[in-house]
Design a protein around this ligand. Sequence first.
Ligand code: BG6
Length: 509
Amino acid sequence: MSTKPLTGHECPGDPCIIVIFGASGDLTKRKLIPALYNLKALKLLPENFAGIGVAVTESNDELFRAKITEDIKQFATRPFDPAEWDNFSKRSYYVSGDFNDPATFSRLAEKIQEVQKTWNIPPNVLFYLAVSPTFFGKVVEQLGAAGLTNESEGAWRRIIIEKPFGHDLASARALNTELTKHVSESQIYRIDHYLGKETVQNIMVFRFGNSVFEPIWNRRYIDYVQITVAEELGVELRGGYYDHSGVTRDMVQNHILSVLSLIAMEPPASISGDSVRNEKVKVLEAIRPMEPEEVLANTVRGQYGAGIIDGRHVPAYRSEPDVNPQSNTETFVAMKLMVENWRWADVPFFIRSGKRLAARTTQIVIGFRRTPLLLFGRKIEDNVTPNRLVIHVQPDEGITMDIHAKRPGPGVSIASVPLDFSYKAFGESTAATGYETLLYDCMIGDMTLFHRYDSVDASWRIVNPILDVWQALHPRDFPNYAAGTWGPEASDRLIEKSGHVWHHYQLAP
Ligand code: BG6
């Protein structure tokens, strides 16, 4: 698996055409085209490469090139290089049409053939479904019917599917059944942009590339784990989608459970392909779905009211565009999960995520057990914090280890001091969108960082009973936290019940 920023020292991806469905959408202009452009600049796009955008909007190759040229000037994460861009842009094509109409797919098939001939590209095609989830099944069905998913003569056909994969367990299963009528599991790349983040990928190197951590990475030494994914942003212009989703579906079912499984998994036999995915799914399977009374005891949901973020008044969730003014959708969640296996029995995993919180931060805190400090004339319950390891995923990227040290001076006074490692120490600026690694991995056929269906199923099995209880019991106190805070008070009580508090660390500048 790719464990460091792509540098351009890797081999270019396989020669191929990338077809992006949803070419006029936000994801394409903000992330996908800038990511492909970065790959090109790093010499990681193959020589024989072209892109085809597909969308309902009427357009043609020329207009599409003009549009993406305007967009890249705004969204590129590296300096704009006209010559490099020109080479990219002239390999870009467009097909317009309705995704329900077979004629769109016949036109696409013709376009693929024409582009293959022009640039001497073998029949490898990567289809990226940057479309509303309601189209996932339809687009794949139409691709299958048009013969575009057939892998023959050593060529590959791969499909990247954005989240959410299903709305609940039943719909995820139905979608998977639908997709696998037309393509096999080995052709489906379920993308999770969190797994493209440097520090998330670094979890494995950190755990398995250092001999000091793995021996203590278990219930004998670790007291608890916390995963916080906090956003300052509200729902922006995505109220229509979000109001049917909520933070549990939007963040927990995919990103957070995947990060949790990287933290908790057993060492894989190898660092690529199915070995890692096998271990990750075992963790999810060890999290027993909650009974209704456990849902009440171990989860908290919240929704933001109006408040202040960065000195600016922001509206309540229920006043956001396209949100039902009586909405009961949760914009905050906190929960305690137990991984019931030999390594983790009795170690609580606390997770929380929300919109419009006090800071934008994603961090993982590993709390170690207390030492008996009696040796130094202190009582165990004295206020020296036990060792903690913090993995900062964003906005700062790095790792902090809190250790105990003697304060200088006479007598023995103990203080907790941080040992900080910041990614800045590498001195490399990654200039990335977060999609480069994932697109590149798909081009080379490395599925490690993509969700296999069994892990999607296992995640839904964890989340679904919680959503069912919440749906049956409408929240009476929404909105229950002000924008710009750390969520509802009940979230603090949830963790305090287990004798802990939420941590929020900042990496030293
Ligand atoms: C997306 C969610 O998957 O992740 C968004 O749909 C969320 O609601 C986003 O804002 C957060 O991603 P990041 O990379 O900004 O932490």
